[in-house]
Design a protein around this ligand. Structure first.
Ligand code: ADP
Ligand code: MG
Length: 381
């Protein structure tokens, strides 16, 4: 019974995924934080999956459009942003590996999307909370046929070293942690606390602990959170009540380090080392994704801790979603453009062809042409 349903679900997902590709890219624009009514955003327009940026003279004056699976404007709510993530949560329970990233420069809204604001309320909860809440909800719905076991890990990758965020004492006793590579069952897990969770209450407690531990590290170096990747990993095991058959799914929810380029002439020492590590891991991520896009036989997962950790959740049967964040301010436009270019390169994986930058007038022209052709066709029929 249930196996067949699962099998059909799987088939359905595969069909949908074949159409859509395994990597989706959603862009989210942060609202202006100053609250000024005369604020002028660099975003010229948002139309379905297309975002158009007004570029100042320095970057070649004009408009530049980028295409994604979806673009969320500054007024999009946390619930709206999560709505399009939902199918992925279901697929974790169906035994798929899933990876959800937040990419963007520091201050662009990554933590807001993944976790939420500091004064967290139920409506402002980010993807991490909503994902787990959905997971428990669906598991409950299926409880007569499948028994699910959920456990979580929370780690931080800082300067290519893995730190466990779910330890209650002796935080650095075993630091740095290693990645244990289980080649047989296809999971790369860090040698970090794996905590069984039964409900959202457990999850909320653990997230608090994780955030507290992260802050502890931050006292030594200011705002370390923007210079490390943090990852909430959810391991799901489902056992068929009648047959005893087991399926496993895994989901990584990653708040990446700030993608801004640090001017090497201005930094030295620790700061330079951090910048180099961040550049290395983010470009390793980009390289992995583009070699997946080109269907290369060798994918360079080994080039960073981040890509090693995510190895089984990128490519193949896994499903990946990248939230790309941008700030609306003019003084950030340089980073905004490079963020969008990086993201477009990622989006190419699913589109299967290189994207050309189009100017809005071209897009409008094309849309008009399509409309005209459709009308002509309709007349013929
Ligand atoms: P990052 O994690 O990328 O450095 P944050 O998520 O910390 O950025 O966002 C920077 C600031 O902007 C925070 O004060 C955050 O609450 C606020 N912010 C970000 N995105 C939104 C949003 N969509 N709506 C309202 N406030 C936001
Ligand atoms: Mg952050």
């Amino acid at each position: 019974g249930y196996h067949r349903v699962l099998e059909e679900n799987r088939k359905l997902y595969n069909q949908v995924q074949d159409l859509k590709g395994n990597i989706r890219v959603y862009c989210r624009v942060r609202p202006s934080l100053g609250g000024r009514s005369d604020f002028k955003s660099v975003v010229d327009s948002i139309e379905e999956g297309t975002i158009t940026i007004n570029t100042p003279a320095k970057y070649g004056k004009g408009c530049r459009s980028f295409n994604f699976n979806k673009v969320f404007g500054p007024t999009a709510t946390q619930a709206e942003v999560f709505a399009d993530t939902r199918p992925l949560i279901r697929s974790v329970l169906d035994g798929f590996n899933v990876c959800i990233f937040a990419y963007g420069q520091t201050g662009s809204g990554k933590t807001h999307t993944m976790t939420g604001p500091k004064d967290l309320t139920e409506t402002s909860q980010g993807v991490n909370y909503r994902a787990l809440s959905d997971l428990f909800f669906i598991a409950e719905q299926r409880k007569d046929t499948l028994h699910y076991d959920v456990s979580v890990q929370m780690i931080e990758i800082y300067n290519e070293q893995v730190r466990d965020l779910l330890v209650t004492e002796g935080l650095n006793k075993r630091y740095p942690f290693q990645l244990i590579i289980f080649l047989n069952n296809g999971f790369n897990v860090p040698d970090a606390s794996l905590v069984h969770v039964e409900s959202m209450y457990d999850v909320i407690d653990l997230m608090k602990l994780g955030h507290k531990n992260r802050a502890v590290g931050a006292t030594a170096l200011n705002d370390r959170s923007s210079r490390s990747h943090s990852c909430l990993t959810v391991h799901v095991q489902g056992r068929d009540v009648t047959s005893g058959a087991v399926l496993r799914g895994c989901m990584h929810l990653v708040d990446l380090a700030g993608s801004e380029r640090v001017d090497k002439s201005e930094v030295a020492g620790d700061r330079l080392k951090e910048a180099q590590h961040i550049n290395k891991s983010l470009s390793a991520l980009g390289d992995v994704i583009s070699s997946l896009a080109q269907k290369n036989s060798h994918v360079p997962y080994r080039n960073s801790k981040l890509t090693q950790l995510l190895q089984d959740s990128l490519g193949g049967q896994a499903k990946t979603l990248m939230f790309v964040h941008i700030s609306p301010e003019l003084n950030a436009v340089g980073e905004t453009l490079s963020t969008l270019k990086f993201a477009e390169r990622v989006a190419t994986v699913e589109l299967g062809a290189a994207q050309v930058h189009k100017d809005t007038s071209d897009v409008k022209d094309l849309k008009e042409q399509i409309a005209n052709l459709k009308a002509a066709l309709a007349k013929k029929e």
